[in-house]
Design a protein around this ligand. Structure first.
Ligand SMILES: [Zn+2]
Length: 273
């Protein structure tokens, strides 16, 4: 059995998948606010309760909005700031008495869609979250690509390519840079722009063309609230043509199969198929 945990800023969700990948249990609790020991405690008790209810031991994978530093093993880049600098993996392993796998929630999204979602069977999947923030995960032949600095897929903080008149002045990003893709493509940015879909699609196309030129994925799966807008899937692959360095572009843009469940499912799939 596989347990996946989505450790979010407002809720902690657990899913249990049986050996065939079927969902057998799902539970959620609110995330203790600003309290690291209570957060670890809440994750541990969710897992222990699930194993008791199911009378089985499980592998444990965890997705969270941040990454484990390759240098220190400690949490970095987390928007739940009480996790930053903490040995989340070590503390959970100690409490649970087993190895735990942890990765970024966008990586979990991409993995879930790659295993049995919109990217099933694809060699390279680029899974994008267009939500409060903009992030992405890369899955190659069924494995999450974490990267040497644990930032593979952190495309939201690249500058938007070829800014046009309507993209100026370059907006300030919380990361300290200007003109980050996230400052144009996040949900709040879309609202600030009067929800102008023409602008949005053109920017998304330019931003994804840069990804295609480097990664050349089979499929780009969109997630997050903005992925619910149907016309993106027809328009973006037309709009990115002038920016992709290829005579033909076979890359698909697809909506997620598992929607909001992809994060927690992908966490469970951190323990292989
Ligand atoms: Zn930024």
């Amino acid at each position: 059995m596989r347990i996946g945990i989505d450790l979010g800023g407002t809720k902690i969700e657990l899913i249990a998948l049986d050996d065939a990948g079927r969902e057998v249990l799902r539970q959620r609790v609110p995330t203790p606010q600003g309290d690291y020991p209570a957060t670890v405690g809440a994750v541990v008790s969710l897992i222990e309760k699930a194993e008791k209810d199911l009378k089985a031991n499980a592998t444990v994978g965890i997705g969270m909005p941040g990454a484990l530093s390759r240098a220190t093993g400690l949490v970095k880049n987390a928007n739940s700031t009480c996790l930053i600098g903490k040995d989340l993996k070590g503390d959970l392993q100690k409490a649970l008495g087993r190895e735990v796998r942890i990765t970024n929630d966008a990586n979990c999204f991409a993995l879930s869609e790659a295993v049995d979602g919109a990217g099933k069977g694809a060699e390279v999947v680029f899974g994008v979250i267009l939500g409060t923030g903009v992030g992405a995960g890369i899955v190659v032949r069924g494995e999450v690509l974490v990267g040497l600095n644990a930032i593979a897929g952190e495309w939201g903080h690249n500058p938007l390519p070829l800014p046009r008149k309507e993209d100026l002045p370059l907006p300030d990003c919380y990361c300290g840079r200007k003109g980050c893709i996230e400052t144009y493509l996040s949900g709040p940015a879309f609202k600030r722009d009067g929800e102008n879909l023409d602008n949005y699609e053109e920017r998304l196309a330019r931003a994804l063309a840069g990804v295609i030129n480097i990664l050349d994925p089979d499929v780009v799966v969109l997630g997050g609230g903005i992925s619910n807008i149907p016309r993106l899937y027809a328009n973006v692959p037309v709009l990115w043509r002038p920016y992709v360095f290829s005579d033909q572009v076979a890359t698909r843009v697809a909506p997620p199969v598992h929607g909001d469940s992809s994060g927690v499912r992908g966490a469970a799939w951190l323990w292989g198929r």
